[in-house]
Design a protein around this ligand. Sequence first.
Ligand code: KE4
Length: 427
Amino acid sequence: MKPSNEELFARAQARIPAGVNSPVRAFRAVGGAPRFFERASGAHLWDVEGRRYIDYVGSWGPMVAGHTHPRVVEAVQAAASRALSFGAPTVAEVEMAELLCRLVPSLELVRLVSSGTEATMTAIRLARGFTGRDLIVKFEGCYHGHADALLVKAGSGALTFGHPSSAGVPAQTAAHTLVLDYNDAAKVRALFGQHGAEIAGVIVEPVAGNMNLVLPAPGFLETLREQCTQHGAVLIFDEVMTGFRVAAGGAQARYGIRPDLTTLGKVIGGGLPVAAVGGRRDIMQCIAPLGPVYQAGTLSGNPVAVAAGLATLKLVDTPEFQPRIEATTRSLVAGLAAAAKRAGVTFASQSIGSMFGIYFRATPPTSFAEVMQCDAQRFNRFFQSMLAQGIYLAPSAYEAGFVSSAHDAADVEQTLVAANEAFGSAS
Ligand code: KE4
């Protein structure tokens, strides 16, 4: 008899903190036992109890071409049959660097790493090493991985230094990070007016996906670009999530803003550990062994992981990929809004590229404060009802959703039928 999700969760908690290897997977926000998956194909997952789910998490973004795409699996098997790792250069890494620089033209030089956290940690260090300054600016609600400098929440006054958002982060470290409100261009200008000469860099999710989906307000990204240019600070677009999701060339292509550095991840590994930091040549030339900013990684550019990423990016890099996946995502969010309206539930939804947000409030939030006004309890009831009907949404009201090129009209239709039922239970 196969163990149930609950039995496996109890067993997991005996030896793994909270039974998971990344906090959001523990279902603590939504309640109940997480699903233990054992196989996936296209838009679908199967858990250990044999239940099938339509997947709108996509491993938190990487699975843009759907699970176990034949071209990706084939590329991984071929690479693995030759070697699992060298710790030395390979032609695949050169191909990946050339492809990334073509798809994201602001990349003049690019370094591969193994996680988004490594990419953003390196970008911060590069900004500080290049400018000789210490202060970093980030925005409340944006998540850039778990490096100390980025686990910081807003100080008491809007323009005061940050405080740790995690135990184990020294106050002195957090004090070098200033936290502003996302989309508040006036505060950005005021901060630069006060500290411009001390700011090494600004890091931002150009489209926020870690406080649920929040779009940049008109002029916000332009203000970041203008202020960084004016004061000699490094503008870092953290496109770990938005890269190849919001548009083929990332949010920077969609909004026409050229950052100085970009971090990428998720999609560029196709489900295996690949991330990247890249951008202006004069900044990237500061990185070891060319320059004084140290960075390294045993498995950086791992040939099997890069094979998965290259195969995935080649599927994305076709004229019909983005329009088709955007159309599927738009039809999903429109259908959800219509179902909520029929049920008389206060609800909003929006999408950009193949990312979407659903909110139990009347309009899509435009700030972290507005996100906090969403009815999280209603979301949790909606989530549980959808899960019971075989629809796997992100287990948190503060995460974005993801559609893949494998999702088809039948998947959307099944999702909307389940939503009719779920909106009834969410009311
Ligand atoms: P990783 O270190 O988890 O590969 O990447 C960190 C990261 C950096 N920047 C952005 C914009 C990100 O969204 C992430 C990671 N995203 C979360 C999803 N909210 C990963 C899921 C998790 O933490 O388990």
